[in-house]
Design a binder for this molecule. Structure first.
Ligand SMILES: [Fe+2]
Length: 285
């Protein structure tokens, strides 16, 4: 099964730019690329910071950009979002009984669980008692043989980029306590927020995140490093899920560097091909 992750689209009003870039044009390009190459995906998940200022116009702009998408999508909220306008404008936003942007979706590969870590008073993340209770119940009610995949905006741990770690999820200990009973069934954690390509594991759960579709966060691991944005290339992730593996590709969809065969380098005349490539099984099948 194939999933697509997009994150941190940071849309503003139509025609407006952000940090010298056009967020709508960049999301349009991602949607076109996904339609062209990955129309067989089960779902696209946009892991928060859909808009930059949380304005109704920006959510309408986001909705318009996503309209041509040939596969269904779901959205999460991030620290730059506002719940009210998001829920008013986007039918793709899940909603729990308390009005948080939370929900789950069953797929052939298992249950996808979408969490709302937005604290509308801060850029840091929060999971209050009501949201954690919803997660506890959702995990408890998921059939024991069904794998779980978690999606959230804020990482529940430090990634080593100082200014982002200051606005990570607060009180991750409470989340850990809720997840622990189901930890063995959680096959992957996907998040956004940090605008960087990062992979690893947390509590033994593999995780990944990726660059946003507009601006990025400067890679600087020095303590107290300034909070700088960059124009590193945007990406989306293609997730291939099989019986035994979860494979996460990140694709720089605006890359236009040259493509050429491995077998015919221009610079020397040595033979690079050692023989025919053996047939391989495909991940996600
Ligand atoms: Fe963001």
């Amino acid at each position: 099964m194939k999933l697509i992750q997009i994150t941190d689209t940071h849309l503003v009003g139509p025609g407006l730019r952000l940090y010298g870039l056009d967020p709508r044009a960049r999301l349009d390009a991602a949607v076109a690329d996904i339609n062209h190459h990955h129309a067989d995906a089960e779902l696209v998940i946009v892991t928060g910071d859909l808009t930059h200022w949380g304005e109704v116009d920006a959510y309408r702009n986001f909705r318009a950009a996503m309209r041509p998408l040939r596969i269904p999508y779901a959205v999460l909220v991030g620290n730059h979002d506002r719940r009210g306008p998001c829920l008013d404008v986007l039918a793709a936003a899940p909603r729990d009984a308390h009005g948080f942007v939370q929900g789950w979706r069953d797929t052939p590969a298992g249950r996808l669980v979408f969490l709302d870590t937005l604290d509308e008073t801060s850029h840091g993340g929060q999971l209050c008692d009501r949201r954690l209770a919803w997660l506890r119940q959702t995990l408890a009610e998921t059939p024991a043989d069904r794998p779980l995949y978690l999606f959230m905006h804020h990482p529940p741990f430090a990634v080593g980029v100082d200014m982002m770690d200051r606005i990570a999820l607060a009180d991750s200990a409470a989340l850990i306590a809720v997840i622990k009973p189901a930890r063995a069934r959680v096959r992957h954690l996907f998040f956004g927020h940090v605008h960087r390509p990062i992979a690893g594991s947390w509590l033994g759960i593999p995780f990944s995140t990726l660059r946003g579709t507009n601006h990025q966060v400067c890679f600087d691991l020095a303590p107290g490093a300034p909070h700088l944005t960059t124009h590193e290339p945007p990406a989306y992730a293609v997730v291939l899920i099989g019986e035994t593996e979860v494979v996460v590709h990140t694709h720089d969809y605006l890359d236009d560097s040259p493509r050429f065969p491995f077998s015919k380098p221009d610079l020397d005349d040595r033979t690079y091909m050692l023989g025919p490539f053996p047939a391989l099984g495909r991940p996600g099948k």
